[in-house]
Write a protein that binds this ligand. Structure first.
Ligand SMILES: *Cc1c(COP(=O)(O)O)cnc(C)c1O
Length: 392
């Protein structure tokens, strides 16, 4: 027997010993406030289903109607025969919703980053990237072959210093997450814009956790800070608050025209499916009609955060509905998560390498789908487990 794969067993065992082995649970129900997991009904505190749209009747109906009218698969990459009028309608609606000239959809937010970064910078260019940027930004940067200069997280002074220290390059771009997904803090976008303006550097923000969450009715971080027309590239996802799947890039028409010529995931990978596109269209309509879901999301998050603080938990630096419950070592976080699950609450432990060593946590994702009773259930479970493990 060949031993070619034996090293994987060694690596996996090492992960298990360090409490870093990630066990993936399977759901046997739609995404919602409650889930059926491993045969149990549990309160869901870990999805990015911020607005409860993942199983919303309006989105389901829109997807079904699209299947009946247009079928399912795009059957080709978009530049050959895979662009439908539905795709174009979604892009026009997204552009209007986000108050930009144009938008382009991708199969996912991950793909949007891999598409846009290498299309804008390459060899001889430089990227200034927040040290805690999402993996898809990091991969997009690496694929571009531009020089990558990481600056300290949300530290505009360090960014200025790094720009001053950096020699001559062709094109330059500053890239930051809008909301940082593990801590729930928000990028200082107005200050990043000032720096970008001063030095005539492109500015890109990845608003994956801000889309449908920040700004008026969920229009995102640019709307939140009133920076319309000032941020060159907005990346977003429809896989989180929109409750579907898909990515987008929004900005000037000329940017979108260029991506259609040069972005490799656009040119070499098939488009979003028709039911996905139709469900996203419905999600944008719902957000444009009313701020009710976004308002409820923020009210729920506020209730949960206040409750956790009163119980004595450390909820880190969050400014959004993402609530990290800081626990320190990974095995404690894993044990905490298992105990919560026994209490009927599903909340994931997150450890290295997703967050730094010694900063393991339970990450709670709030949702507009939760009722006040759900929040009480969650807080009571955290209290019981926190006390029994000596955290509070
Ligand atoms: C989740 C996330 C993505 C990936 O989005 P998908 O649509 O799930 O591929 C990209 N960037 C950031 C910052 C994210 O949080």
């Amino acid at each position: 027997m060949s031993q070619k794969l034996a090293w994987i067993e060694t690596e996996l065992n090492a992960l298990r010993e360090q409490g870093l082995y990630n066990t993936i649970r399977a759901l046997n129900s739609p995404q919602g406030a409650w889930l059926e997991v491993d045969g149990r009904r549990v309160l869901n505190l870990c999805s990015n289903n911020y607005l409860g749209l993942a199983n919303h009747p309006r989105l389901r109906e829109a997807a079904k109607a699209a299947i009946d009218r247009m079928g399912i698969g795009p059957a080709a990459v978009r530049s050959i025969a895979g662009t439908t009028t539905l795709h174009l309608e979604l892009e026009n609606k997204l552009a209007a919703f986000k108050k930009v000239e144009a938008a382009l959809t991708f199969q996912s937010g991950f793909n949007a980053n891999i598409a846009v970064i290498p299309a804008l910078v390459g060899k001889g260019d430089v990227i200034f990237s927040d040290q805690l940027n999402h993996a898809s930004i990091i991969d997009g940067c690496r694929l571009s072959r531009a020089e990558i200069v990481a600056y300290e997280h949300n530290n505009v002074d360090d960014l200025r210093k790094k720009i001053a220290q950096t020699g001559e390059y062709g094109r330059r771009i500053i890239i930051s997450d809008g909301v940082f997904s593990m801590d729930g803090d928000i990028a200082p976008l107005p200050e990043l814009y000032e720096v970008a303006e001063e030095h005539d550097i492109l500015l890109m923000v990845d608003d994956a956790h801000g889309e449908g969450v920040l700004g008026n009715g969920g229009r995102g971080i640019v709307d939140h800070f009133g920076l319309h027309d000032k941020v060159d590239i907005e990346v977003g996802t429809m896989s989180k608050a929109f409750g579907v799947v898909g990515g987008m890039v929004a900005g000037k028409q000329i940017l979108i025209d260029w991506l259609k010529q040069r972005a490799r995931p656009f040119l070499f990978s098939s488009a979003m499916t028709l039911p996905d596109v139709a469900a996203c269209l419905e999600a944008v309509d719902m957000l444009a009609e009313s701020t009710e879901l976004v308002d409820r999301l923020w009210a729920n998050a506020e209730t949960f955060k206040q409750g956790m603080k009163q119980l004595g938990f450390d909820t880190g630096v969050t400014q959004t509905p993402i609530v990290p419950v800081m626990l320190g070592e990974a095995p404690l976080a894993q044990q905490f998560s298992r105990r919560l699950f026994e209490e009927g609450v599903f909340a994931m432990a997150i450890g290295f390498p997703t967050v730094p060593k010694g900063k393991a946590r339970i990450r709670v994702m709030n949702s507009a789908a939760h009722t006040p009773e759900d929040l009480e259930t969650a807080l009571a479970a955290f209290e019981r487990v926190g006390k029994s493990l000596g955290v509070i």
